[in-house]
Design a protein. Structure first.
Length: 551
């Protein structure tokens, strides 16, 4: 019945033909589901099948990447049952048991779950491999904790002795599982924080820090030591901050992990930054710029000389934008040299230099050497001091295109920052080509966001920027976004090309207000206006926008 039914559903949706159905039925192996046969033969993809089943049965698809699973549920349903039926439970909601399956037409599993738990099962769907990975992650994590002698309901004394070897298999597994879990949830950072009686593990996902696990304090030193060994750091030094690096392969992704330890009164805090080096190079067209903004940015980076600056606070995506520009400029007939701290993404065809202050290889000293390397384009990780700024200006005036980042709140305030560095105004005016200011905001989950009426205060703000809006989208929360209402992040931009009039005004050492007035007159789309456009388009919310910029 189920075989006929899935075939009929795919036929009705015109995903397969009668001939393909007959071919699949003949090729189906014993104990193989028909959907698996379709995928094996390459007739359909698993996503196509799940979409068709969602439309037909109402069983919603979820993204397991964004999901935190309540580990108390793992006590209700054993690992063998989950593996046999290829399911993973993720939440108890009143008397409902929410679970994910790769086969929404397997109704027997619903009845078995009802008898096993006494709860009313509610099915969601996801690809088979995603479910297998989650079973491995969560049930494997529980086995690892048991192997370390840890039970979730036991409170450990901080003074318990720590005798186990840091290279024992369970500790190695525990650290690997923390890393794997972070990759699954698309975390950018992992925080390991020692408290008085426990250690908490927190992940930063889409810019927001969430606690994901509590562990007993007794394993803190072992865990930190294991991480230090992986990063080639000194495991005997616990009184000073240390930095390290790990390059590893997790879930088929090449990851570069930046490790930082900080001695606190309760022990060493560890922060690990995760960089996916296998999928980091974006094109300018994928950054989220509007058509006009994209055109301005391309025009700015195609100039043979001058300075293009990307401004914003830490974690606003400046490096991603710089590398997107470099990706488009990287041609065989162009000599590109970068000086960075650290080199975050290794790019073939670009000469990248890592700053090492301990041997006096600074931004300024490296830049002097770079100018003797016959470069066409120079990328500086960050303009941090007057000396670096002065050499950058000099390089741009001698025929080089210079790309860099700077920490300022807006495009116009970048000019004021350079003036504060006591660089001659006429040099800034003649060398600066353009400035890109940017911020990151969380993106609304497309699965669960819903429309609401615009509030009066919001309408006034839209009116101020000549935008007419009656409805906005609002976050709700669903299994796909781990009930947060948001999934992923998107950038908002403020692109300021330096016109002839702006150059004259800068050379006259104009005030910030004068510069802003001219920029507005020349059509500058501010961060607020850019963000409001994305709010209007239903990509993010007013709350997210107001976190990163103000009117």
């Amino acid at each position: 019945m189920a075989l006929k039914r899935i075939g009929d559903i795919l036929l009705n949706k015109e995903i397969i033909t009668e001939n393909e159905l007959d071919k699949t039925l003949k090729a189906k192996k014993e104990n193989e589901r028909l959907g698996e046969t379709f995928v094996r033969l390459g007739i359909t993809t698993e996503t196509q099948i799940l979409k068709a089943l969602e439309a037909s049965t109402g069983v919603k698809r979820v993204s397991l990447q964004n999901m935190n699973i309540d580990e108390n549920i793992l006590q209700l349903i054993d690992e063998e049952f989950c593996r046999r039926h290829n399911i993973i439970p993720f939440k108890i909601d009143g008397m409902r048991l929410l679970f994910v399956t790769s086969d929404p037409l397997d109704f027997t599993v619903i009845e078995e779950l009802r008898l096993l738990t006494g709860l009313r099962p509610v099915a969601y769907s996801a690809p088979k491999d995603d479910i297998i990975s989650q079973i491995e992650k969560y049930y494997g994590f529980s086995r690892t904790l048991e192997a370390l002698g840890i039970k979730q309901d036991v409170v450990f004394d901080e003074e318990e002795s720590i005798n186990s070897d840091i290279e024992t298999t369970p500790m190695v597994k525990l650290v690997n599982q923390i890393l794997t879990s972070a990759v699954f949830q698309r975390a950018s950072d992992i925080h390991i924080d020692p408290l008085d009686e426990k250690v908490i593990i927190r992940y930063r996902v889409d810019g927001v820090l969430d606690m994901v696990k509590e562990l007993p304090l007794k394993i803190h030193k072992q865990m930190v030591s294991r991480i230090k060994v992986m990063a080639n750091m000194d495991i005997t030094e616990t009184r000073k901050p240390q930095d390290g690096r790990i390059q590893t392969l997790i879930q088929h992704k090449n990851l570069d992990l930046r490790i930082s330890t900080l001695p606190t009164v309760r022990g060493e805090k560890v922060v690990m930054r995760l960089l996916d080096i296998s999928n980091q190079l974006n094109n300018i067209s994928t950054l989220g710029l509007s058509k006009d903004e994209e055109s301005l940015v391309r025009e700015m980076i195609q100039t043979p000389n001058g300075i293009v600056l990307v401004s914003g606070p830490t974690g606003s995506g400046k490096t991603t934008t710089l590398y997107a520009c470099l990706h488009e400029l990287n041609q065989p007939d162009v000599n590109i040299v970068t000086v960075e701290d650290p080199v975050e993404i290794k790019v073939e065809g670009i000469n990248q230099v890592q700053v090492k202050p301990e041997i006096k290889l600074t931004f300024a000293s490296t830049l002097r050497s770079i100018l003797r390397q016959d470069p066409n384009i120079i990328m500086i990780g960050e303009i941090r001091d007057v000396e670096t700024a002065e050499i950058s200006v000099r390089a741009s005036l001698t025929g080089h295109l210079v790309l860099s980042t700077i920490h300022t709140n807006s495009a116009v305030k970048t000019i004021s920052r350079l003036l504060d560095m006591e660089i001659e105004p006429f040099l800034i005016g003649s060398s600066l080509t353009g400035i890109i200011a940017q911020r990151l905001v969380r993106k609304l989950c497309p699965e669960c966001s819903y429309k609401i009426d615009v509030a009066d205060s919001e309408r006034k703000l839209f009116d101020k920027y000549n935008m007419k809006v009656n409805h906005l989208k609002h976050p709700k929360g669903c299994p796909s976004c781990n009930h947060k209402g948001y999934a992923g992040r998107i950038a908002i931009f403020e692109v300021l090309p330096i016109s002839k009039n702006m150059e004259k005004l800068i050379s006259k050492n104009a005030t910030n207000n004068e510069l802003e007035a001219l920029a507005e007159k020349e059509g500058l789309v501010s961060l607020m206006a850019s963000g409001l456009k994305k709010v209007k388009d239903g990509l993010t919310t007013m709350e997210e926008l107001l976190k990163v910029t103000k009117d």
